[in-house]
Write a protein that binds this ligand. Structure first.
Ligand SMILES: *Cc1c(COP(=O)(O)O)cnc(C)c1O
Length: 561
């Protein structure tokens, strides 16, 4: 990188702040945590995303557990600054004007990172085009393609219009932003004196592009029928490179990003391996995800760090010193966070959750491979366990509006709630978002995760829990393969090294065994030893699974190389 140059970070969603509904889940939170860390460290980045005027959605859940959705109404003016700059793209031959709204992320050291949120809701645009920046992950495949033209091509042009002449690196957070490559290729071709991009132009472009892939699930990869893509984008732009980007008559944005990037990242070591198999032609490396510690640590935990860990906000490795914090202080900080969570649970559900009862948290997108109901596989066994040593469970998570099996899983949680009744108190909290996530990861006693391996690329909520001294009980997949030390930082469901499997009976049995024989006896009979596990979750995992370590790795391996 040259002095004064910037890294432009493109993401379809970014979790900026509570009250700014420009994210759906983990991908957006990671983007937000990355840029918050860049602001803390003074790494010269700018963020680019869409403004999502109607957000993702408000989740309503009826008494049977059925989810319905409502658009989010939020006031852009309360959080963002409108900018006079304009850019435009062509979609199906029509010009579409784009405006940008600015959000500044201020770091602890005084540096800041601007985020530009693109908006097509302008007079003069065709009615349908005005809606393109309304709904995050809404609409059909055509709507998505048009949004991605705005994000990738429009984003690059907006940076120009805003005067960012010196963008040295373009980081694509997932393939949604990959149409950016077409714009950069066009510029590269012109710089080389020809109109139509040639393969050598992509060579020239490669050192400037970085791509992070986030999921081994094929549905997570954007692809569009060639006819649709050609109609929207205009032919000719990418014909020279069709073989590279197109599979089965579809334009595949993952392949577009892979082909154009000198550095490709999987989001945990295991995910890197899986991605290397999926994309054998490309070199895929891995930098494991992290979380922004100051964002996710509860207020009482932040106060504890202030007392014991100098400069922890910009020196996250210092969290290792938590190992010397007296157990009583960890216990008290966590108890304050638990009190806050349970007050909220009781306010919403009126179920009388008890501060002294072992509380398990589970919150993530409700979708089949995450298997949110694995813990209910054998209701009678769970009942038996909880009758001997009390357990209460808090659930949250939205299903994508089109994911009917995901919605049915939320109903299944509600059915289990009815069956277990007073033997295991269960709460489902609607509207899982940044605010609720902060309460949950800090206030539970155990963070449960039961995805079907190897489909969890990383997972980050367990890292947020670790920062708060909440250990995980999780299937060995994603980040937990790296963060897990049995009985030291938490516990595993199933055996290490087990091949990709979906043996739910065996995994549920393992889950119940751990709870019944190891975790609950520790919590109730040897509370100091339980708090010692909590302390090691902070010292060993909080000190490593943070975006400070992650961004430093991106800087040295991807941005400065
Ligand atoms: C952290 C977070 C996620 C991602 O958590 P995973 O463990 O990766 O599923 C999703 N949604 C919200 C609101 C979050 O805060």
């Amino acid at each position: 990188m040259s002095p004064g140059a910037y890294i432009a970070y493109f993401s379809m969603e970014i979790g900026l702040a509570p009250g700014v509904p420009t994210y759906a889940g983990g991908l957006g939170m990671l983007a937000g945590d990355t840029l918050r860390t860049a602001a803390d460290l003074g790494v010269p980045m700018v963020g680019v995303s869409l403004v999502h005027r109607k957000g993702y959605f408000h989740q309503r859940v009826d008494p049977t557990g059925w989810q319905t959705e409502e658009p989010v109404a939020w006031s852009l003016d309360d959080h963002l600054t409108e900018l006079p700059a304009r850019a435009s793209v062509e979609i199906e031959g029509r010009p579409v004007q784009i405006r940008a709204w600015r959000y500044d992320i201020r770091g602890t050291g005084g540096a800041s990172v601007p985020v530009f949120l693109l908006d097509t809701d302008l007079d003069g645009n065709a009615a349908a085009d005005r809606l393109l920046t309304h709904f995050l992950y809404g609409g059909d495949s055509h709507y998505r393609l048009c949004q991605e033209i705005v994000l990738g091509i429009g984003g690059a042009r907006m940076l120009d219009a805003l005067g960012y002449a010196d963008i040295d690196r373009y980081h694509m957070n997932e393939g949604h932003a990959a149409l950016l490559v077409l714009e950069l290729l066009k510029r590269q071709a012109r710089a080389n004196g020809h109109e139509r991009p040639r393969p050598e132009d992509i060579e020239a472009l490669r050192p400037r592009c970085v791509f992070t892939t986030h999921t081994p699930v094929p549905a997570g990869h954007d692809q569009f029928p060639l006819a649709m893509a050609e109609k929207a984008l205009g032919a000719g732009m990418y014909v020279c490179l069709l073989d590279e980007f197109c599979y089965e008559q579809k334009l595949n944005l993952t392949y577009l990003a892979l082909a154009a990037s000198h550095y490709v990242n999987g989001v945990a070591k295991k995910h890197g391996e899986v991605a290397r198999h999926l994309y054998a032609k490309y070199r895929v490396e891995s930098i494991t995800n992290g979380v922004h510690v100051a964002t996710w640590a509860s207020e009482p935990m932040r106060a504890l760090f202030d007392r014991h860990v100098p400069d922890w906000r910009t020196d996250n490795p210092g969290l290792r010193y938590a190992i010397g914090v007296p157990l009583g202080e960890i216990r008290e900080a966590h108890r304050a966070a638990k009190r806050e969570l349970l007050a909220y649970v009781n306010h919403v559900t009126n179920k009388g959750f008890d501060l002294d009862v072992f509380t398990i948290g589970y919150a993530r997108r409700a979708t089949a491979y995450k298997r949110p109901t694995l813990v209910f596989r054998d209701i009678e066994r769970l009942r038996g366990i909880a009758r001997r040593r009390a357990v209460q469970l808090v659930f949250a998570g939205k299903a994508h509006p089109h994911d009917l099996p995901g919605k049915e899983l939320i109903q299944e949680v509600h059915r289990a709630m009815g069956l277990l009744d007073t033997d295991v108190k269960i709460a489902f909290l609607p509207e899982y978002d940044m605010t609720l996530a902060r309460l949950l990861v800090a206030g539970t006693d155990l963070w449960l995760n039961t995805p079907q391996p190897p489909l969890e690329a990383s997972g980050t909520s367990g890292m947020k829990a670790a920062v708060n001294g909440v250990p995980s009980l999780s299937v060995l997949d994603g980040w937990w393969i790296e963060g897990w030390i049995e009985g030291v930082t938490g516990w595993a469901i199933g055996e290490p090294g087990a091949a990709a499997s979906d043996d739910r009976a065996a995994e549920a049995a393992s889950l119940y065994d751990k709870l019944e024989r190891v975790i609950l006896p520790l919590y109730y009979d040897e509370p100091d030893r339980y708090v010692d596990v909590m302390r090691r979750a902070i010292a060993l995992n909080g000190s490593f699974f943070n975006t400070e370590r992650m961004l430093n790795q991106y800087v040295t391996r991807a941005y400065f190389r």
